[in-house]
Design a protein around this ligand. Structure first.
Ligand SMILES: Cc1ncc(COP(=O)(O)O)c(C=O)c1O
Length: 451
């Protein structure tokens, strides 16, 4: 194991950490009380002081199979010993990558049968953007380059992905954003206000049509959306939303890109989440759960129409990553796909998600500051508000979300907040007892801060 000899405490690790490490979302003040995790087992994490915590977000939504899965570790070790790496550039391939593409083709939306692999979700977003732009150029429509996404959408933080991401705090330090990226409102059922006589879902979907017409359909390449917005606060759209989005995309020749980096591979109760609404995207993005976080891996799947255009183009698609189709990552993904099937992950997420939502409702539904409890499958959120009747939010200066999060961590639940919305998406192997504990800790933490 690493050099975490038993005598090194959390505090000592943190001091060494601060001396040399820059973190994702680096924040000195927040990190001063950080936890240094040294061990994982199932749905639990243990820190350097031996404190056990429920991993309420399964890492970062990714460790769906839970920590400590030796099958995944074995697959990784075996492949690394056999063929650790070979180039995936044209003219070179390997059996693991070929098999993974075949398996995904059988598993994914019926028209999506061609795959490009990345090392994570942000690279998948960049790849979708470049794929869309290339597609329209090859179709003789070179002006179709713009990308429409949604406020509260999260698609990663490379410069292009960050420009698609609709959570504005990610922008200011890194402006200017890439030009040609447009954001429309989220359908956010708890807060979206539709005009009289139109359903909320259709009104929110029609925002896309308005944006396309304003920009000019001949300039818009793609619309990208998470089927359920994750980092934005687990926003589950209305049932009539995505069907209308598909119609609008078809009408104006705009590619529909489903960012399933969180929702893919069972999280919402189906293998891929647009299945809930019988909608097929043109491009699907995935990462996280495909390797349950055991190996950095992601990618996109494209439909047959785009693939044929690319194949027939007679020119090179100048997009490439050294680690695209990494044999070790593919071996882990293939083993993970067997686990997903053998342990029926979509079904487990659906059943446990329902249990969790029910328990959250029972424990917190009547609390005067719990405005909204929502979720689908095993991804849920509890939104705290100042005034339940008017839905007025707390001032950010009240730091309600961060204080609840801190209380929860002290009580043994580790997850994240988006402003005053506490999100939960544990590993699918979590037990009902652990789910009960999760709810109890969250309820106690909310009461400690707000009662
Ligand atoms: C929907 C979605 N897309 C893209 C990303 C970016 O993935 P990565 O952090 O692997 O670049 C994330 C990460 O949380 C995500 O939730």
């Amino acid at each position: 194991m690493v050099s975490c000899d038993q005598v090194t405490t959390n505090r000592e690790w943190l001091a060494r950490d601060r001396a040399h490490l820059i973190h994702p979302l680096h924040d000195e003040a927040l990190h001063a009380t950080g936890r240094v995790w040294v061990k994982g087992a199932g749905a639990l994490l243990t820190d350097a002081d031996g404190r056990e915590c429920i991993d309420g977000l399964a890492g970062l939504w990714n460790v769906t199979a839970g920590h400590g899965r030796t099958e995944l570790a074995d697959a990784m070790r075996d492949q690394a010993a056999h063929l650790a790496y070979s180039s995936g550039y044209s003219g070179s391939s390997n059996p693991m990558t070929i098999e993974l593409a075949e398996r995904l083709s059988a598993l994914c939306y019926p028209t999506i049968n061609h795959f490009f692999f990345t090392s994570g979700g942000g690279e998948a977003t960049d790849t979708s953007i470049k794929m869309s732009r290339a597609y329209w150029k090859l179709c003789g429509k070179p002006d179709k380059t713009k990308v429409i996404s949604r406020i509260e959408g999260y698609h990663g933080v490379t410069l292009a992905a960050m420009s698609a991401t609709g959570m504005s705090p990610y922008w200011p330090l890194f402006e200017p954003r890439v030009p040609g990226f447009i954001h429309i409102p989220s359908p956010y059922p708890y807060r979206y206000v539709a005009p009289e006589g139109v359903s909320q879902g259709l009104a929110a979907a029609n925002e896309l049509e308005t944006a396309i017409l304003r920009e000019g359909p001949e300039t818009v390449a793609m619309f990208i959306a998470e089927p359920i917005q994750g980092a934005g606060g687990v926003i589950v759209p209305q049932d009539d939303y995505f069907g209308r989005m598909r119609e609008i995309c078809d009408q104006y020749e705009v590619l529909l890109v489903a960012d399933e980096v969180i929702t893919g591979f069972g999280r919402t109760g189906t293998m891929f989440a647009l299945d809930h609404w019988k909608v097929e995207p043109d491009i699907v993005q995935f990462a996280k759960a495909i390797t349950s976080g055991y190996f950095p891996f992601g990618g996109i799947g494209i439909n047959d129409r785009i693939a044929t255009t690319l194949h027939d183009a007679g020119r090179t698609w100048m997009h490439a990553y050294t680690y695209s189709g990494h044999p070790v990552g593919c071996a882990v993904a293939l083993r993970m796909l067997r686990i997903i099937e053998d342990e029926n992950f979509p079904e487990q997420a659906a059943t446990k998600g329902q249990y969790l939502l029910g328990a959250l409702d029972a424990a917190l539904g009547d609390h005067p500051h719990v405005g909204n409890i929502r979720g689908k499958g095993l991804m849920c959120a509890v939104e705290l508000v100042k005034d339940k009747a008017t839905k007025e939010a707390f001032s950010p200066d009240d730091t309600v979300g961060p204080r609840v999060n801190k209380q929860a961590l002290e009580r043994g639940l580790f997850s994240r907040v988006k402003a005053d919305t506490y999100v939960l998406a544990p590993a699918f192997v979590i037990t009902n007892e652990q789910l009960d504990q999760t709810v109890e800790i969250l309820a106690d933490s909310i009461k400690a801060v707000l009662d």
